[in-house]
Write a protein that binds this ligand. Structure first.
Ligand code: NAD
Ligand code: UGA
Length: 455
């Protein structure tokens, strides 16, 4: 069997590497139009940082795992084609800022139709609005060569960045949606048999296409909602003297609520929660359900408020002005163990502070300086050159700073020598812990003024 994947991003790369690693009998080719990305996948410096990914890639690359820019050959040879390209929120034209931009998905469908000379299974791996399979089928069938047919399956990905390899190795479930025809069922069975190489059958769920497509959006909406819920309570904790971690722990003991995903924070980031919520909201509006749309829109509203609340807290605490003050950021990625910064709360807090004329000194163990500049420069019309210093360790960032803001929960930030940091900072020295990872008592004993979310 030959598998091809269009899109060598955070999903396509790790997912295909895992299939190749687990199924040596299958040849897996990942094709991307981004030459630099493909070159990186073929190098020792992979474009995606994920714990355990290097080993998985190295075990199969050059044997049954290939990264290429030659999508035509990859499409032609494949029996199963995964489409794992971006589906960002539209930034132009009708429904900009709301609907999903499906142009990359559609271009893949057109390429597949044009370059296929036998029948194939096409798998939606990208997260897409419900009923996208219908459009995909229309494009594929209208452009295919004679005698060729395509089975379209939905197989959304549930991995989280930072734990992608763990999640792929032992997922809670694999969801496959397909048509309820004999051909559709056969295609679902073919794909299920690939996963069944290492995942037990009872975790592989087969549904109809629309349930599968919608389940992905709903899963992300529920996860994001939990964070907005606990973040809303963090503000009430601050007002009342309750401690949000204690509240989360107490409610999480109820088996109906459960303990996971209740960590109050500076807000959720990542490329998907906001985009998928917007997508869900848009679908609800499209299908004439304004109340449902408004319910889910509030999850985003709460997240925006939480990010802004954090930057406002910094400004207010620093005597209502950060103008010319050095603020050290510990962390810039949207969560630990990834180099991804998409929608990272650090970007929003950073932009707010730059607009208030603060100077930022940022340290993140995995994010490149160019990425940080790109993220912060895009919306801020200041001379970032003198406003932004990117540091190679936390101590350099903190030196001479008025405040330390912990934006990502990297493990190394728990064990820093905070006395040394305190000694090098301006006084009063503030810590704003957006992830509740620092030992508050230790910091207070050293002499810091400490703000931690929900405490
Ligand atoms: P990404 O931006 O990292 O990767 C997408 C890749 O597709 C890019 O490298 C781009 O160059 C490539 N591409 C675009 N058009 C192409 C074409 N015509 N042919 C070949 N390659 C093409 O995106 P991602 O984070 O991997 O996300 C991909 C999809 O998976 C999205 O729909 C996302 O919602 C979904 N998803 C993402 C995650 C995650 O953790 N990032 C998890 C689950 C689902
Ligand atoms: C999320 C989902 O967890 C995945 O199941 C899904 O496949 C993926 O989106 C996707 O579709 O892209 P991801 O965004 O990679 O994965 O990471 P999460 O662990 O979900 O974290 C998202 C954001 O929420 C991060 O900024 C994180 O710091 C924040 N978060 C998470 C909290 O603030 N509190 C929590 O309790 C959990």
């Amino acid at each position: 069997m030959k598998i091809c994947c269009l899109g060598a991003g955070y999903v396509g790369g790790p997912t295909m590497a895992m299939i190749a690693h687990k199924c040596p009998q299958i040849t897996v080719t990942v094709a991307d139009i981004n030459e630099a990305r493909i070159a990186a996948w073929n190098s020792d410096e992979l474009p995606v940082f994920e714990p355990g990914l290097d080993e998985v890639v190295k075990s199969a690359r050059g044997k049954n795992l290939f990264f290429t820019t030659d999508k035509v050959a990859a499409i032609r040879e494949a029996d199963i084609i995964f489409v794992s390209v971006g589906t960002p929120t539209k930034t132009y034209g009708v429904d900009a800022g709301r609907a999903a931009d499906l142009k990359f998905v559609e271009l893949c469908a057109r390429d597949i139709a044009e370059h296929s000379d036998n029948s194939k299974i096409v798998v939606e791996k990208s997260t897409i609005p419900v009923r996208t399979a219908e459009s995909l089928k229309a494009v594929l069938n209208a452009n295919s060569n004679d005698g060729i047919s395509f089975q379209v399956l939905s197989n959304p990905e549930f991995l989280a960045e930072g734990t992608a390899i763990e999640d792929l190795n032992d997922p809670d479930r694999v969801l496959i949606g397909g048509e309820e025809t004999p051909e559709g069922k056969e295609a679902m069975e073919t794909l299920a048999s690939v996963y069944a190489t290492w995942i037990s059958r009872d975790k592989i769920i087969l549904t109809n296409l629309w349930s599968s497509e919608l389940s992905k959006l709903v899963a992300n909406a529920f996860l994001a909602q939990r964070i907005s819920s606990i973040n809303s309570i963090s503000a009430l904790c601050e007002a009342t003297g309750a401690n949000v971690d204690e509240v989360a722990s107490a409610i999480g003991k109820d088996s109906r609520i459960g303990p996971k995903f209740l960590k109050a924070s500076v807000g959720f980031g990542g490329s998907c929660f906001q985009k998928d919520l917007l997508n869900l909201v848009y679908l609800c509006e499209h299908f004439g359900l304004p109340e449902v749309a408004s319910y889910w829109r509030n999850v985003i509203g709460m997240n925006d408020w939480q990010k802004r609340r954090f930057s406002t807290k910094i400004i207010n605490s620093l005597f209502n002005t950060v103008n010319g003050k050095r603020i050290a950021f510990l962390g810039f990625a949207f969560k630990k163990d990834t180099n991804d910064t998409r929608e990272s709360p650090a970007i929003y807090v950073g932009r707010d502070l730059l607009e208030e004329e603060a100077n930022l000194a940022i340290y993140d163990p995995k994010v490149t300086p160019d990425q940080m500049k790109l993220d912060l420069g895009a919306k801020v019309e200041t001379d970032l050159g003198s406003k932004l210093e990117i540091c190679t360790n936390a101590y350099d960032a903190a030196k001479g700073a008025h405040a330390l803001a912990i934006l990502t929960e990297w493990d190394e930030f728990k064990d820093l020598d905070y006395q040394r940091i305190y000694d090098s900072m301006m006084k009063p020295a503030f810590v704003f812990d957006g992830r509740n990872i620092a030992n508050r008592k230790e910091l207070v004993d050293i002499g810091f003024e400490v703000y931690a979310v929900g405490r």
